[in-house]
Ligand binder design. Structure first.
Ligand code: SF4
Ligand code: SF4
Ligand code: FES
Length: 547
C-alpha cells in the first residue's frame, strides 16, 4: 500500500494500482468514459483528468493512466481540473447527435449524466455534426454511429473478452466509425455486453425503443438460471413484467458480464406452453381442478404405493429449499426405492472466454445444490439407466417427477417405460412430453417466479429472487411440496422459502464441523441473509462498490 494525498486528505491505496480506481475505493468518483475496469485502458477520452504533483511539478493527467505511488499528491476538485473536464465533454459532444429525447439510453447515459453534472451550459461548436445511418451490426444490436464517442469499449470487449474480434473502426477521417469487419456480424455468445459497455446510446438493442423508459423500471437482484455458472443479474421489471436482464458485478462468478443465453434466453419461454391449473387425467383428457383436489389425489395414490413401488425424480432446476422438502417426502413419506436426478447437459461442453468467463455445459442452475441437499438427507441417486428398465418392466407403480427442464425431451425407450407406470405425477411450469403422459400435473413456477437458493458449479450458494408472480393458479414449487407434506401429516407450516432455507441451513450447520471452502454467495436481503449468514450457510459479500 502507498500513502497518497487526495484532495487534501491522506489515504492508503494499492501501490502501482490505477489512480482512478484508487480514488473510487475511498469514495472519490472521477468522471470517465473510455475506461472500464474489466478492459484495458486506451486513455482516449481525457475526461478522467486530475491534477497531480505540487508547484512546478503540478500537471493535469488522465487518472486512468496514473499508477499510485508513495507520496502522490492528487487534486480532483481544482478549478483548472473542472475546466479541463468541461472542455473534454464539450469536445466529445462536437460529433455527438443531440437526440437525447428519442435515445433508448436516455436516463442511464453516462455522457448525459456527466454533461449535466460537469459540462458547460452551452457548446461553442456551431457546425453540423457528421451524420451516419443507423446500422444493424447483428441479430439483436443496432449502431447509431452519430451518437458514438469513440471510446472503443465495444471493440476492446470483442477483442479481449469475447475474443471474437468482429468490431473495429472502419472508414477514414470524419467518415470513420465503429463497424463490423466485412462478412462478419456481431453475434458472438457475449455480444449483448457491448450494449451495457457503450456509455452512450450508440449501441442499443433493436427493440429497446419499444420498452418503457429506464426510469420507470424496478430492478431486482437475482441469479441467472441459464446454466450452472450462476451469474449475478439484475432483472428490470415494469408493471409485473420482466423487461430486461442485466449483469451484476461479482468478481468471483461473472465479473461484469452475462452471456446472451442468460440475457435474452428467457424471452424464448413459450407462454402458450405454461401450465396454469392443476390437472387430473380423466380418460384421454385433462380436467382442470382446484389445488385441494389435486393434492389429495396425489397424497392418496402415493400412499397406496408407498415403499418399493415408487420412483422419484429430482430436478436440477429446483432450489435448495425445494430439494430439501422433496428429499423429506421421498425418504420419509413415500419411501421411494428408485430415485434419480435429471439435468440438462449441452453436448458441446463448457465455453471459455477471456478473463475466465465461462458458459457452462450444464444448462441447469442447481445440479450441485440438489445433489448436496439429497446427500445431506441420505437420499441416494441411482443412474436413470437403472430406473427406466424397472418402469418398463412394471415394477414402478407410482412416479413423481419434479419440475423438469423446459427443453427436456423423452426418448422412445423412456416414453415406453413411463407408459408402464400406473400413477405419474409431474410438477412443472411448462407442458412437455412428460406432462402429457401424467396422471396429475401440478403447475409450478419458473426461476423468475420463486425465491430460493441455488448452488453454482463452484459451490457458491446464491439467492434467486421472485421477480413476478406465477400465472393462473400456478404456485412456486416449494409451496406445492410444503402442502403435499401437510397432506401427508408432516407439521410443515412454511409460509415463505426463508423458513425452509433456515431449516435447511440449521440441518447443514448441525452436520458440519466447519463451513466448507467455497460456501459463499452474494446475497442481499436483510433478515434472511443475516440469519443464514449467522448460521454459516452463506457468506454475504457486497460488490456494490464497482466503478
Ligand atoms: S459504439 Fe459505444 S462503446 Fe463503441 S466506441 Fe462508440 S461509444 Fe464506445
Ligand atoms: S453463463 Fe450461464 S449463468 Fe451466466 S448468464 Fe450465461 S446462462 Fe446465465
Ligand atoms: S477514462 Fe481516462 S482517458 Fe478516458
Amino acid at each position: 500500500m502507498a500513502s497518497i494525498e487526495l484532495n487534501g486528505e491522506c489515504v492508503e491505496a494499492p501501490e502501482g494500482g490505477n489512480l482512478l480506481l484508487a480514488a473510487h475505493t475511498v469514495g472519490v468518483h472521477i468522471p470517465h468514459l473510455c475506461y472500464h475496469p474489466g478492459l484495458s485502458a486506451p486513455v482516449n477520452c481525457r475526461l478522467c483528468v486530475a491534477a497531480v504533483g505540487r508547484g512546478e511539478e503540478r500537471r493535469l493527467v488522465p487518472a486512468c493512466d496514473v499508477p499510485v505511488s508513495e507520496g502522490l499528491v492528487v487534486d480532483t476538485l481544482a478549478d483548472d481540473v473542472a475546466q479541463a473536464r468541461a472542455e473534454a465533454l464539450e469536445f466529445l459532444l462536437v460529433g455527438h447527435a443531440l437526440d437525447c429525447p428519442v435515445c433508448a439510453k436516455a436516463g442511464e447515459c453516462e455522457l448525459q449524466n456527466y454533461v449535466s453534472a460537469h459540462g458547460r451550459d452551452e457548446g461553442r461548436y456551431a457546425e453540423d455534426a457528421h451524420s451516419h445511418q443507423k446500422t444493424d451490426l447483428g441479430p439483436r444490436i443496432r449502431l447509431y454511429a452519430d451518437r458514438c464517442i469513440d471510446c472503443s469499449r465495444c471493440i476492446r470487449f470483442c477483442d479481449e473478452v469475447a475474443q471474437s474480434g468482429e468490431l473495429a473502426r472502419v472508414d477514414r477521417g470524419e467518415q470513420a466509425h465503429v463497424g463490423v469487419f466485412p462478412g462478419r456480424v456481431l453475434d458472438n455468445p457475449l455480444a449483448g455486453n457491448v450494449v451495457d459497455l457503450c456509455p452512450v446510446g450508440a449501441l442499443v438493442e433493436k427493440d429497446a425503443h419499444l420498452g418503457p423508459p429506464v426510469w420507470q423500471l424496478r430492478g431486482v437482484d437475482s441469479i441467472c438460471s441459464g446454466c450452472s455458472a450462476g451469474c449475478n443479474v439484475r432483472v428490470d421489471v415494469h408493471r409485473e413484467k420482466v423487461i430486461r436482464v442485466k449483469p451484476r458485478f461479482n468478481p468471483e462468478v461473472n465479473d461484469y458480464w452475462l452471456c446472451d443465453g442468460g440475457r435474452y434466453g428467457w424471452q424464448n419461454a413459450d407462454e402458450a406452453q405454461r401450465v396454469h391449473h392443476p390437472l387430473i387425467r380423466r380418460g384421454q383428457e385433462f380436467a382442470q381442478v382446484e389445488w385441494d383436489e389435486a393434492l389429495a389425489q396425489v397424497d392418496k395414490r402415493m400412499a397406496l404405493c408407498e415403499g418399493e413401488a415408487i420412483a422419484a425424480s429430482f430436478s436440477a432446476n429446483s432450489t435448495n429449499e425445494e430439494a430439501y422438502l422433496f428429499a423429506h417426502l421421498v425418504r420419509d413419506i413415500w419411501r421411494a426405492r428408485w430415485v434419480m436426478l435429471r439435468g440438462c447437459q449441452d453436448s458441446e461442453g463448457d465455453q471459455h472466454f477471456g478473463g475466465g468467463f465461462t458458459i457452462r455445459a450444464d444448462k441447469t442452475p442447481n445440479a450441485r445444490g440438489v445433489a448436496d441437499v439429497a446427500a445431506q438427507l441420505a437420499v441416494e441417486f441411482l443412474s436413470p439407466d437403472r430406473i427406466w428398465p424397472e418402469m418398463a418392466e412394471g415394477r414402478v407403480r407410482a412416479a413423481f417427477f419434479l419440475a423438469g427442464h423446459p427443453r427436456e425431451r423423452l426418448t422412445e425407450a423412456e416414453r415406453e417405460a413411463l407408459a408402464g407406470v400406473e400413477f405419474l405425477v409431474v410438477q412443472t411450469a411448462f407442458e412437455s412430453e412428460l406432462s402429457q403422459m401424467a396422471s396429475v400435473v401440478l403447475p409450478g413456477a419458473t426461476a423468475f417466479e420463486k425465491t430460493g437458493t441455488f448452488t453454482n458449479v463452484d459451490g457458491r450458494v446464491q439467492c434467486n429472487r421472485r421477480i413476478v408472480l406465477p400465472p393462473g393458479l400456478a404456485w412456486p414449487d416449494w409451496r406445492i411440496l410444503s402442502r403435499l407434506g401437510q397432506a401427508a401429516g408432516l407439521h410443515w407450516t412454511y409460509d415463505d422459502p426463508t423458513e425452509i432455507a433456515v431449516a435447511l441451513g440449521e440441518q447443514q450447520v448441525a452436520a458440519l464441523t466447519e463451513v466448507p471452502e467455497g460456501r459463499s454467495g452474494q446475497v442481499y436481503g436483510g433478515g434472511w441473509a443475516t440469519r443464514l449468514q449467522r448460521l454459516g450457510f452463506i457468506h454475504v459479500e457486497d460488490h456494490s462498490k464497482r466503478v
